[in-house]
Design a protein around this ligand. Structure first.
Ligand code: ZN
Ligand code: ZN
Ligand code: FE
Length: 761
């Protein structure tokens, strides 16, 4: 007889870990106990050595689906001779490092009960168990126990309590457990937010959607606006009311079968769509014209499957094949998640509200993923993933990194883990900035980081996140260069260190010299970098205006290539320009008036998109480049020509020759898909030769591809392949966004290493 103390860390609370341990111990006839505490779960088991060894092996091998063990240790302690195994009450002491689980889709067992007329939770929209349901969005503090969640106001009925207390039950210690009798309830409110349809709230919402109306539906991490995706007039009305011209809407399909009639779904895409996080997944439509209202002019559609019990009920009740489910907000405001705000902000947008009284504590947008050749890439990491940490190579001092400006996230380092926040959004908006500040506060409490050694921020002095870092009084601020942060983020995600080549392509980032960078070839790593090369810059006549009107950049490129005597091209926007505009923009460029130079590759793509006649103006960020990629029908082997120069140790990739060749192709009427592919291929070949030249100079063999431009599948796939053929080891993002949603992680690791280096001095 021996007794062993086993300490488990990771996501082990609120995921059925203790019942699992209980059942395992009982099945092996072991005595002892298990309990949750703020650092994780402690287990003591007593019995014959052989059984305890079996227990130890099966503990990690058979852990419940939502658990995520990051550390497990065991030590022998004196036996105490008591029999029986018990689950003890949570202990609330010490550092609160117990990890909170992300929200999960409804599990198959709960789904079966939901539609079983014999079950006591038949059609109960908040059904859940230890293997599924809300977590991160309802947890106010750790340890994860009912009083620390927004379920604290619902006392369990006798039957629920029996299940909750029975270790053999699937709902044993499932904190959000509830039923028709004791739990949250649905309600329907009309367009003036007055209670209506009280006997059948779901039916009232379904009726409105059927009539082509807009219904606000309270979900897991916030409200959605729902309209019938197959009703073009309804979708158009939603666009008009939401003031959103062309940006695609996500669509929820009732089932995989329903989705398959709109899109061809690979095995891998299916796995992703059905995963616990149920992300919005960008899949290719069967025909471009399908779902035109939801994703105008787009070959892809952001698809998702129902993930809450309420979604399943709504979709089957309709029955709806496809429903637009877009975040409830106006344009780029944060997703609305508080009942008190929904009418104030959506009055006039929604024709009805399907609400309930389980409060959402932390907002979380739907996550977005894009399948690529090397695997799926998270473009927006939020619901279903937050707050799963990124494991670091060692323990670090606590650090807060506040991220960028667009697609903002922040990141907290604690010990050997980096916790990236949920998607916050565009900080330029006042409402988003407010939400950013309060999210930092609650995240610091949840991860239990009362103090940090430094607050890392972007070098851009005007970013709201930088201003926050400079104004806060918790700790000294530390500025980190934008593209260095992108590269370090990918190195942290892929657990790589040392020196390497970084190809960081994005739209805009503040350079060390105050310039606009974004076509960067870096050498170095988390501890330092140098700018070894860049893409030739393009002028932005009118500054920020040129970002919304790519035709300005295109015109500047034409003037650079041809002077004022620009060629006649079959492009409506160009034909509409009068000679004065051309002359004025030339004067601006020559005189350097409000015409900054941008080194961002994104801007070169904008120019190419306008020159190819695809997108002279945009209505949302990244649209011109995205549509250029969408125009490609198949890859080409031969791209447009590029130039490369090496001056005083700095390499330049010159894309003007390819823009010139593109103009010639447009002039002679080559097909747009071919033009788009040739331009992409030019960037691939150019970036690959730059990497080759850098390897020649430095001997570095690893290449890291980061930055928002690598959301582009053609570039990511093809450049990755080309570099590998050249013998490089290539790293791309997967679990952390390549766009600015990922830079908080990079800032955090750079800052944490600097603080550590100073300490160890
Ligand atoms: Zn379940
Ligand atoms: Zn109940
Ligand atoms: Fe960036």
């Amino acid at each position: 007889m021996i007794r062993r103390l086993i300490k488990v860390e990771g996501i082990v609370q609120g995921v059925g870990f203790r019942p699992f341990v209980f059942n395992l111990a009982v099945s092996l006839n072991l005595a002892g106990h298990v309990f949750n505490h703020s650092r994780g779960v402690d287990i003591e088991v007593e019995g014959p050595r052989e059984e305890i060894d079996t227990f130890w092996l099966r503990l990690t091998a058979e852990a419940p689906p939502l658990s995520h063990i990051t550390k497990v240790e065991q030590e022998e302690i004196p036996p105490c001779g008591r029999s029986g195994f018990s689950i003890q009450k949570s202990e609330d002491s010490g550092g609160k490092t117990a990890l909170v689980a992300p929200d999960s889709d409804v599990c198959v067992d709960c789904l079966r009960e939901l539609f079983d007329p014999q079950d006591r939770r038949y059609r109960y929209p908040f059904i859940n168990c230890t293997n599924c349901g809300p977590r991160f969005t309802i947890i106010q503090d750790v340890p994860y126990d009912r009083p620390n969640t927004t379920m604290s106001r619902f006392p369990m009925c006798a039957q629920c309590r029996k299940e909750y207390e029975n270790p053999a039950n699937r709902r044993f210690h499932a904190q959000p457990v509830a039923c028709h009798d004791c739990g949250p309830r649905l309600a329907f409110h009309n367009d003036r937010f007055q209670p209506a349809g009280s006997s059948d709230p779901l039916g009232a919402a379904v009726d409105l959607i059927r009539q082509g109306k807009v219904v606000a539906v309270k979900g897991l991490g916030g409200y959605h606006l729902a309209v019938d995706a197959l009703n073009d007039a309804a979708v158009a009305r939603l666009r008009e009311r939401k003031k959103r011209d062309e940006k695609p809407f996500a669509v929820m399909f009732s089932s995989m079968t329903a989705l398959r009639s709109f899109a061809t779904i690979s095995k891998r895409e299916q796995t992703l769509l059905e995963s616990r996080a149920h992300p919005i997944t960008l899949v290719e439509k069967k025909y471009g014209r399908l779902l035109q209202g939801a994703a105008p002019g787009n070959r892809f559609i952001g698809a998702m499957l129902p993930y809450t019990p309420l979604h399943h009920m709504l979709m089957s009740e309709g029955p709806f094949g496809a429903v637009v489910m877009t975040s409830a907000n106006m344009s780029d405001d944060p997703i609305i998640y508080k009942d008190g705000e929904v009418f104030e902000k959506l009055g006039g947008v929604a024709d009805g509200y399907l609400v309930h009284d389980r409060e959402i504590f932390a907002r979380a947008d739907d996550s977005i993923e894009r399948p690529m050749a090397h695997g799926s890439v998270i473009l927006r990491r939020s619901r279903g993933y937050t707050p799963i940490p990124i494991q670091l190579d060692r323990d670090y001092p606590s650090v807060l990194a506040v991220g960028g400006e667009l697609k903002n996230t922040f990141c907290l380092v604690k010990g050997s883990r980096a916790f990236i926040s949920q998607h916050i959004g565009d900080l330029k908006r006042e409402s988003v900035y407010g939400s950013f500040r309060s999210a930092i506060e609650s995240f610091m409490r949840l991860v239990d980081v009362p103090q940090v050694a430094t607050v890392a921020h972007d070098m851009h002095p005007d970013y709201m996140s930088s201003q926050y870092a400079l104004e806060q009084t918790m700790a000294p601020a530390m500025a980190i260069q934008h593209h260095h942060a992108h590269m370090a983020s990918l190195m942290a995600e892929t657990h790589q260190d040392g020196e390497a080549i970084g190809i960081v392509f994005d739209g805009t980032g503040y350079g060390e010299d105050g310039g606009i960078w974004g076509g960067e070839f870096l050498t170095g790593g988390a501890d330092g970098y140098s700018r070894a090369g860049y893409v030739s810059p393009v002028p932005l006549p009118g500054g920020d205006k040129a970002i919304k009107e790519p035709w300005r950049i295109a015109l500047a490129v034409l003037i650079r290539l041809y002077g004022e005597d620009i060629p006649t091209m079959p492009l409506p926007w160009l034909q509409e320009l009068d000679p004065d505009t051309i002359h004025n923009i030339r004067q601006m460029i020559v005189g350097g008036l409000n015409t900054p130079l941008s080194y961002g590759v994104g801007r070169v793509f904008d120019a190419a998109s306008a020159l190819a006649g695809i997108r002279p103006k945009i209505s949302f960020e990244g649209q011109a480049a995205m549509d250029l990629e969408m125009a490609i029908e198949k890859p080409v082997d031969e791209g447009y020509p590029v130039g490369m120069t090496d001056a005083e140790g700095m390499l330049t990739l010159d894309l003007y020759p390819s823009l010139k060749a593109l103009v010639e192709d447009v002039t002679t009427g080559e097909p747009t898909p071919l033009i788009a592919a040739r331009f992409h291929q030019a960037v691939v070949a150019g970036a690959a030769s730059m990497a080759g030249a850098l390897r020649g100079k430095t001997g570095l063999e690893r290449v890291f591809l980061s930055g928002g431009v690598f959301q582009n599948r053609y570039l990511s796939d093809r450049l990755g392949d080309t570099l590998r053929e050249m013998g490089f080891t290539v790293f791309r993002h997967g679990r952390v966004p390549p766009n600015d949603g990922g830079i908080s992680l990079g800032q955090a690791i750079i800052a944490a290493r600097r603080v550590l280096a100073e300490k160890e001095g």
